[in-house]
Design a protein around this ligand. Structure first.
Ligand SMILES: *Cc1c(COP(=O)(O)O)cnc(C)c1O
Ligand code: SF4
Length: 346
């Protein structure tokens, strides 16, 4: 079963991951939001469990057609901070470089769901890439370049090497960070050739692995992470706190321990963003905070990520520690951003 990627409602019905009775409603949905599962992900799904946490992350559901008035197409306000195509420059010392807008899988809760996918913004052209790299070279304060997308590791080793080499020539850039799901969803892609391409850059390379459930860290996934680590890539984690996937302290503890056992330092646990059609995944901040307290009570400090909210409207990330927020009305919060400014959320 499933040794080809699954990319449509039809593929999912043929693979018996969804029922024929869902075809009509989900066909409307797939015109709006891309679908993809790698064979590794499809194999991980427990078909006997209607609440399977892997299925919940990737299989389309009619719930996605429901939109909440607080949701927005650009939930964290990237657009106004994009000086040239492919760059988001919100913080003085680091930029996002978005090379591609496609991914090997499409997560149903993705905060860029309106931008990613085959119908999305497409890849950067040669000329746009040159302009983006010139922009980074012109900004002396940029210390770190974060490759994101889409998923940058969907690119060929040759393309990645080209980008890494060009960034390598920029003196003030010291750190190259890659945000990706590839080691978790397609571990075979982490070949020697791909690793070689990444470490060409002579900059220290960080890889932020996106995974949300401990079952995603299979032995193949752990082996891929070990190959990266042995090559000198520093591994950190990023997860999204999702109702029905990891919203209980035992699952979070197991996930964070699985990261640490694999040599991945827990970095961020994101509160879900206000992406359209994702309200069935969202918890309240108070619920997230309670889970963080339970997590702190039961695991090593090595296993504690920062609980992060990316404020809508481009105001940036906030660590949701005890003092950064207060509930001002039911499920309405006042949150201090990094400048000490107050924002109503959502
Ligand atoms: C999230 C983000 C970063 C990275 O933030 P860190 O807190 O350093 O992980 C950088 N730039 C933009 C625009 C972002 O949204
Ligand atoms: S891999 Fe990342 S960018 Fe791609 S769909 Fe998932 S969350 Fe979105």
């Amino acid at each position: 079963m499933a040794d080809q990627p699954l990319r449509s409602v039809d593929d999912l019905i043929k693979a018996e991951l969804i029922g024929e009775n869902e075809r009509a409603e989900l066909s409307a949905l797939e015109k709006r939001y891309a679908i993809a599962l790698t064979p590794s992900v499809a194999r991980l799904i427990d078909r006997d469990d209607p609440d399977d946490p892997i299925a919940a992350q990737y299989l389309p559901r009619v719930d996605e057609l429901k939109e909440h008035p607080d949701e927005r197409a650009d939930p964290i306000g990237d657009q106004p901070h994009s000086p040239v195509e492919g760059i988001v420059h919100r913080y003085p010392d680091r930029v996002l470089l978005k090379l591609v807008h496609v991914c090997p899988v499409y997560c149903r809760f993705c905060f860029r769901r309106e931008m990613v996918g085959p119908q999305g913004d497409g890849n950067l052209t040669k000329q746009q890439l040159a302009t983006a790299i010139d922009y980074i070279a012109s900004q002396q304060r940029v210390w770190e370049v974060i490759l994101t997308g889409g998923d940058p590791l969907i690119l060929s080793p040759r393309r990645l090497q080209d980008v890494a080499e060009r960034l390598s020539k920029i003196e003030h850039v010291k750190i190259l960070r890659i945000h990706t799901r590839v080691p978790a969803v397609d571990p075979a892609r982490i070949s020697d050739e791909l690793i070689e391409a990444l470490i060409q850059s002579e900059k220290l390379v960080y890889l932020a692995l996106h995974a949300n459930h401990p079952r995603e860290l299979t032995s193949e996934v752990r082996a891929a992470c070990t190959r990266l680590k042995n090559a000198g890539v520093v591994l950190i984690s990023q997860s999204v706190l999702l109702k029905g996937v990891n919203d209980d302290a035992d699952t979070l503890a197991e996930l964070m321990r699985a990261f640490v056992e694999t040599g991945i330092n827990p970095y961020y646990l994101h509160h879900p963003d206000m992406a359209p059609g994702t309200s069935h995944f969202r918890l309240t901040i108070a619920e997230g905070q309670a889970l963080m307290r339970q997590l702190r009570a039961r695991v090593s400090g090595l296993c504690i990520p920062q609980y992060i909210l990316d404020l809508p409207g481009g105001h940036g990330k906030v660590a949701l520690g005890e003092n950064a927020w207060k509930e001002v009305a039911p499920e309405r919060y006042s949150i201090l951003d990094r400048h000490g400014m107050e924002h109503l959320y959502p």
